[in-house]
Design a protein around this ligand. Structure first.
Ligand code: FES
Length: 279
């Protein structure tokens, strides 16, 4: 038996704002009946403020409680404020959820995100649906996309496969997606580590690193095609360079700068770097 907070029990026994809103300004959905639970949320938005919210859910007690408290959290708030709400906020407002039930708070967050996305794209819903279809599904058993897993890791600091299953259900049935989920976790933390290393560089270390990347990674690649590059100066995020050899005067030099030189420096040193060619 799960250990539920009083608040969860209260919202489960007396759910607020159940139902649908006719002529809703935004509707969002998450989960699916095939996966065991689903949520549909309706928003009424006037002058940028959520004036009413209702939900219909098919799911367990925590799904009902998460949806119910979510509607209370968003009514009266501006759309911009509502956009900042995460699944962690929903769980906190409920006084916590058992780890195995965190996916209910994620479902609330996803339905809200879907509704706000639809609200922002009211004029082009078909494009939005196409975009969603194009998202990469990682777990076909529960229809969980790569973005959903990435968001769950980011918002909740998830570290293990078990965490991901608790928060999104992905990996909780046939298990075929576990390798892919582990890849996403590894990629997330590698990226985070490299970003934290970048932010701790002193100005002198930063200059040395940029110079080193240019000399050991960028220049050798350009030399293979008869070109080359020299670092001229660094001014804040601006890295001034001179292209040489075949690269100099080449009609594709702009592409070389942006697609190769700048992207290499952004990946390895700082994502805000701008590379500028000087004569
Ligand atoms: S594909 Fe993810 S559990 Fe089956």
């Amino acid at each position: 038996m799960w250990d539920y907070s009083e608040k969860v029990m209260d919202h489960y026994r007396n759910p607020r704002n159940v139902g649908k809103i006719d002529n809703a300004d935004a509707i969002g959905e998450a989960g699916s009946l095939a996966c065991g639970d689903s949520l549909k949320i309706y928003l009424k938005i006037e002058n940028g403020i959520v004036t009413d919210a209702k939900f219909q859910t098919f799911g367990c007690g925590s799904a009902v409680a998460s949806s119910s408290i979510l509607t209370e959290m968003i009514i009266g708030k501006t759309v911009e404020e509502v956009k900042k709400i995460t699944n962690k906020d929903i769980a906190e407002q409920l006084g916590g959820l058992p780890p195995e039930k965190m996916h209910c708070s994620v479902m609330g967050y996803e339905a809200l995100e879907d509704a706000l996305g639809n609200y922002d794209n009211l004029t082009d819903l078909d494009d939005l649906r196409d975009e969603k279809k194009a998202e990469k599904i990682v777990c076909t058993c529960f229809n969980v996309t790569e973005n959903m897993i990435w968001d769950a890791i980011k918002q909740n600091g998830l570290k293990t496969l078990e965490d991901i299953t608790n928060y999104t259900k992905a990996g909780g049935a046939c298990g075929k997606c576990k390798g892919l989920i582990q890849d996403i976790i590894d990629t997330y933390y590698k990226k985070e580590e490299s970003e934290s290393q970048q932010s701790t560089l002193s100005p002198a270390q930063r200059i040395l690193k940029i110079n080193n990347i240019i000399e050991t990674q960028i220049s050798p690649e350009l030399r293979k095609d008869g070109g080359d590059i020299t670092l001229v100066d660094i001014d804040g995020n601006k890295v001034l360079v001179k292209l040489r050899g075949k690269c100099s005067g080449c009609k594709n030099s702009h592409l070389t700068l942006k697609a190769f030189v700048e992207s290499t420096l952004r990946d390895t040193v700082d994502k805000n770097i701008d590379v500028i060619e000087v004569a």
